[in-house]
Write a protein that binds this ligand. Structure first.
Ligand SMILES: [Zn+2]
Length: 102
């Protein structure tokens, strides 16, 4: 998974194609992400008590990480990510367009 929480991504396909949003959650094992205000689903909740109205709750559903492209926070372009090891052996992600670490 190259996408991390708080990354900005652009949606490549589906009903939200072309939109951008912030990654709220990643599920590395499933290969899925949740992006703020993207892939909105509605869930109807039954009333908890008698006499109460049911509620409709909107939430961002997880979807396949292959449907998103990372947007570089430095240059603002859709980009791919490279990885380098820095001198202290830490992995750094690098924007392949502007070469800044992100
Ligand atoms: Zn960049």
């Amino acid at each position: 998974m190259k996408v991390k929480k708080d990354d900005i991504v652009k949606i490549k396909s589906g009903k939200d194609k072309g939109k951008q949003g912030k990654v709220m959650q990643v599920f590395p094992h499933e290969g899925k992400v949740v992006v703020e205000n993207i892939n909105i689903n509605k869930r109807h909740l039954r009333p908890q008590k008698q006499g109460e109205a049911g509620q409709v709750v909107e939430f961002s559903a997880a979807f396949d990480v292959s449907k998103v492209q990372l947007v570089c926070p430095k240059c603002g372009k859709v980009t791919r990510i490279g990885c380098t090891l820095s001198e202290d052996k830490k992995k750094t992600r690098i924007c392949k367009k502007c070469k800044s670490s992100i």
